[in-house]
Design a binder for this molecule. Sequence first.
Ligand SMILES: Nc1ncnc2c1ncn2[C@@H]1O[C@H](COP(=O)(O)OP(=O)(O)OP(=O)(O)O)[C@@H](O)[C@H]1O
Length: 337
Amino acid sequence: MSIEIANVGKRFGGFVALDNVSVSIPAGQLTALLGPSGGGKSTLLRIIAGLERADTGRVEIDGVDATSLPPQKRNVGFVFQHYAAFKHLSVRRNVAFGLEIRKRPKAEIRTRVDELLALVHLEQFADRLPSQLSGGQRQRMALARALAVEPTVLLLDEPFGALDAKVRKELRDWLRRLHDEVHVTTVFVTHDQEEALEVSDEIVVINEGRVEQIGPPDELYDRPANDFVMRFLGPVTQLGDHLVRPHDLQIHTGDGQPAAAPGRVTRITRVGFEIRVEVTTATGQVVTVTLTRNEFLALGLHDNALVHLTVAPNSPTTIATSPDHRSSVSPSLAASH
Ligand SMILES: Nc1ncnc2c1ncn2[C@@H]1O[C@H](COP(=O)(O)OP(=O)(O)OP(=O)(O)O)[C@@H](O)[C@H]1O
């Protein structure tokens, strides 16, 4: 079921949390709301869920104006970061809960819950209590519970946020596979650009209450609309007045590079599988280039070597406006917190 968000605005006192936001979410897709903390992602998700009312604008779910509908009339399922399970009920009963309060026949409930437990790979844990599950298993139970009532829309607010990196990664692969099987229109909030790039069909980048760009992961990565998106989706360095990704820079050791920027190698650092080379250009700019180990060895680089830098053909670049305080923390660092 598609979701249309048109010109939605939301204030908390004098603070503008959402500023005239419009987004079309096509049916059956997995869409990420991505952006830094405090940008308005959760507020937008809560407005879609009906847990928060927009001050202005309109929300349509499956062509129906849902702007003033209460959450229970929207047929949405949601899962939050710290999922509250019924502690005294078994996994099976937790998943069955929504069906039981809808007074569905017992046999139907049993079949449906069995299907769902199989879908989230929790069959063997059906009779355990939530406290006897791992964090990742609990989140899968939460997803099964949200899916039980066959929502037309599934909303996930940092569903894997509280889990460790390895489990997060497993769950995000699993969410992608689950979505490919079930095809329910899904919107999930994340501040982790890798999670968004890896899992989603489409990404909505939200910052300071505004949409910066909407598009499939490749498009955002290869054609960032602006500085902010460029910085937020991956590491960047500046050469002249352009922002560019450190792995899209080429280092030349010979002469005869007319369009290249000359400089000297001022630092070489090995970081796992890549080599980070810092080049200080003739204008005093410090530029970071990342190379694979083989590229590095082929160039025979050493401290103080005279080199020239070029941007690899067809690489995304944006014009750097003033240094961006909003994204001064590298997203990969921010994401690991
Ligand atoms: N009920 C509220 N009352 C006052 N301010 C609020 C309320 N809910 C959210 N805000 C503010 O609105 C802004 C957007 O919050 P929101 O939770 O949507 O951001 P977010 O992008 O989801 O961030 P995070 O990733 O940290 O959850 C924040 O500055 C937040 O403090």
